[in-house]
Design a protein around this ligand. Sequence first.
Ligand SMILES: Cc1cc2nc3c(=O)[nH]c(=O)nc-3n(C[C@H](O)[C@H](O)[C@H](O)COP(=O)(O)OP(=O)(O)OC[C@H]3O[C@@H](n4cnc5c(N)ncnc54)[C@H](O)[C@@H]3O)c2cc1C
Length: 410
Amino acid sequence: MNRDRIAILGGGMLGVCTALELARRGRRVTLIEGAADVLQGASRWSEGKIHLGFLYAGDPTLGTAKRLIPGGLAFAGLVSRILGRGLQEFATAEDEIFLVHRESVVDAAAFEAYAQRTASLVREAASRAGTLPYLTDASRTSIRLLSASELSEVTCSDEVIAGYRVPERSISTVAIANLMQQTVLDEPLVDIHTDTWVTGVRRRSDGRLELVTAAEHRALVHDGPFDVVINALWEGRPAVDATLGIHPPGPWSHRFRAAVFARGSGAGPLSAVLCTGPFGDVKRYADGRLYLSWYASGLLAQGDNIEPPRESAILTSARRDDILKRTLESLAKFFPAVRRLNEYTDEIGVNGGWVYAVGQGSLADGASTLHRRDRFNMTIDRGYISVDTAKYSIAPWLAVRIAEIVAPAS
Ligand SMILES: Cc1cc2nc3c(=O)[nH]c(=O)nc-3n(C[C@H](O)[C@H](O)[C@H](O)COP(=O)(O)OP(=O)(O)OC[C@H]3O[C@@H](n4cnc5c(N)ncnc54)[C@H](O)[C@@H]3O)c2cc1C
């Protein structure tokens, strides 16, 4: 087992954390990435909410919250261990504000009841022995309804019918991607092949696995065979799985979402999210970075084929300009400080990534299966391990689970 040849497909948060976790256990791995560098996809360009389940009020079964809580609680501890440093300077500094929109698929009373049940699950999980500390003390998690005057300090919009302080935090994924990238580049047990597009995996007659790469990278096929192949390709994962006859556990969809990423100093809007549905949010991280998103302005492409509609998701400069303008206009109707963004930012741009989900429909529809995110799975077939990351916040925790399967601690 110690001599097993291991390939990890995909250099996002899941692939990189898994590579580093296996290296920590003394295993050499080959990490394969289609882009020119690792950590350039969804794991760099997200709002980095370290989910404790509060956003999924559209799933009153609590199934989504229950599946996200363990990984969310473990995120900061696991990433701090990998990076050898604390994460507070990259996190949002205060408990986030959840604003219930009047067109939310969950009304204020239902949101409050849901959030209280979720808070109780979080408290219970955080109090268990051995649980790593979250970005704030999660063992005392509770939610608080904002008074009318507190609410008026957060938003100027009468489309908001209630606001709550929720002890959930987010992290600047750009800052973490930079640090993780350097860490994996410095790790001698991880051989990184970038610019290598994987189109399939083939099982040989001896049971070992060969990679099939796009024509210009054929040489890599001879770099195999591998005893273990871990598919962490996110939006590219189902197409490669299909070459081994593996299919998603239910109807799925791909969406490309773009948002505004800025950096500045000093004041700026508070971190707040409009829930539940196709609205938007603002994040202000302690390092001065900002994330601003309006769902309808940033949704560039969506599809439900095995491959995502990549051609429709190209971020041209005209598209970036349009997304920037429409995102800020929409958010300014709720958060007046967004109008003065130029005063406190010196870097501003539009970027995005794919969201793959076992679920379909529109977020505006309460019956859409996208409101449930508990159907993510791991498929294991004789050395081939395919993992749906589902959320950035659970990637480090999933990486430990994968490493325990491939290289159990003795
Ligand atoms: C706008 C936005 C907001 C989000 N907000 C949150 C949030 O607040 N909290 C949260 O937890 N999650 C959030 N997510 C989801 C989160 O970003 C993803 O779940 C997570 O980053 C996926 O990590 P990953 O490593 O699986 O994928 P990625 O980071 O995308 O890595 C996959 C890698 O595989 C490569 N690849 C793909 N196909 C191939 C191929 N065929 N051959 C070679 N390489 C290939 C890609 O180039 C990429 O580098 C958000 C996503 C977006 C887009």
